[in-house]
Ligand binder design. Structure first.
Ligand code: APR
Ligand code: PHB
Length: 380
């Protein structure tokens, strides 16, 4: 049987970063990823790195291209009542900012840096939390990998969580989804716009000075077939409409998808030799841009514990990670509730959202709370 110290299931951002942090500390590890390299490098997901994530990537030598090509953002815009309100991150948080740098690029950088074994098209079939053995299929044959520790970074649908003998899960499904597009057109704004509109939420984000990323709240059972390009742009125009000068530039749409929204947490994040990290343990709705950042926070904490060799740190991993997870769950659910329109929603709820948005825009205290959560609370 093959042996390693840490067997990592999943080569998304969580698994790849953990592997890299352990490589740098000289701790043998193997990353098993069920998909192809091209698939993981091109899967469109999030694009906002909070300050902690940027710091972690820089400190571990994975930040060079991010620093050259990423876009530092010092604020976001909240748009409602046909008016714009800026949230000034550095001014409200003692100088903290976020970086617009797509997850696809973080993944490419980490794959390129990889020193230890990283097997693509290697699907984990089972993980034994007591024995520390991963059974996996690679090139048509089944293998076993004996590990001191197993870390399941295999996303929401992975096998890691299912291999834990006892987990409690907490879940909330939302009555809406996001239709996301990538368009070959320069962003129509310098900073992200989060828009509240009676038709529903809209978000203007970006990937680079020539590529825009935009989202529309839609029903979870809606289909892309219902959304020809023209309808997407018209609806975006409607939801971003503002008094004064502003124009949404249109361009060719190069990627589109509809993603349902959910909040989910599994507790605890450890059983015996098996640890969970990233989407394997928790999902947040994308409104707070926290998914990728939580994955990075988990593996940073876990890497520190493994590298220290201090069993007390390993024993404390689940509790420490879950504190941060629940803060992000709250922030993401709060942002989601403030911006989205539930069709069954009564007019009372709509007015509560507007009252909260107006208060947030007018009060330094409320604005600071949003800003410090968005740029990410410092690690404990
Ligand atoms: N064996 C091997 N690999 C697997 C298995 C398996 N049985 N099951 C899933 N995987 C792989 C998936 O193919 C995927 O590449 O695990 C990886 C999990 O990656 P992500 O879903 O990206 O999860 P994570 O690394 O935790 O990243 C979390 O970043 O992806 C963004 O916004 C996303 O919030 C999310 C965050
Ligand atoms: C994105 O750019 O994909 C993005 C940005 C902010 C969010 C969610 C997604 O809140």
């Amino acid at each position: 049987m093959n042996r390693t110290r840490v067997g990592i299931i999943g080569g998304g951002p969580a698994g790849l970063l953990l592997g890299h942090l352990l490589d740098r500390a000289g701790i043998a590890n193997v990353v098993l990823e069920s998909r192809t390299r091209a698939y993981v490098e091109h899967r469109q997901r999030a694009g906002i790195l909070e300050q902690n994530t940027v710091d972690v990537l820089r400190e571990c030598g994975a930040g060079a291209r991010m620093d050259r090509e990423g876009l530092v953002h010092e604020g976001i815009e909240l748009r409602f009542d046909r008016r714009s309100h800026r949230v000034d991150f550095p001014g409200l948080t003692g100088g903290r900012t976020v970086m617009v740098y797509a997850q696809t690029e973080v993944v490419k950088d980490l794959v390129a840096l990889r020193a230890g074994p990283l097997l693509f098209e290697a699907e984990a079939l089972a993980a034994d939390p007591d024995a520390g053995v991963i059974r996996y299929r690679h090139r048509g044959a089944e293998h076993e990998l004996a590990c001191e520790l197993i870390v399941a970074c295999d996303g929401f649908h992975g096998i890691g969580r299912a291999s834990m003998p006892s987990v409690t899960t907490y879940q909330r499904d939302y009555p809406f989804a996001w239709l996301g597009i990538l368009a070959s057109v320069p962003p129509s704004c310098e900073e992200l716009i989060y828009a509240h509109h009676e038709h529903g939420f809209a978000l203007h984000s970006m990937r680079s000075p020539s590529v825009s990323r935009l989202y529309l709240q839609v029903d979870p059972d809606d289909h892309l077939g219902n959304w020809p390009d023209e309808r997407i742009w018209d609806e975006l125009d409607t939801r971003f409409a503002v008094d004064g000068d502003w124009r949404l530039e249109r361009g060719p749409i190069t990627d589109r998808s509809i993603t349902p929204m959910r909040s989910f947490v599994a507790e605890p994040m450890r059983s015996g030799r098996l640890f969970l990290a990233g989407d394997a343990a928790h999902i947040v709705p994308p409104t707070g841009a926290k998914g990728l950042n939580l994955a990075v926070a988990d593996v940073t904490l876990l890497a520190r514990a493994i590298i220290s060799g201090d069993e007390r740190l390993l024993a404390g991993y689940s509790e420490a990670a879950l504190r941060r997870v629940w803060r992000a769950e709250h922030f993401s659910a709060w942002m989601t509730a403030m911006f989205h329109r539930d069709h069954g929603q009564d007019p009372f709820e709509h007015r509560l959202q507007l009252a909260q948005l107006r208060y947030t825009a007018a009060s330094d205290a409320a604005m600071t709370s949003l800003a410090e959560n968005y740029v990410g609370l410092p690690f404990q």
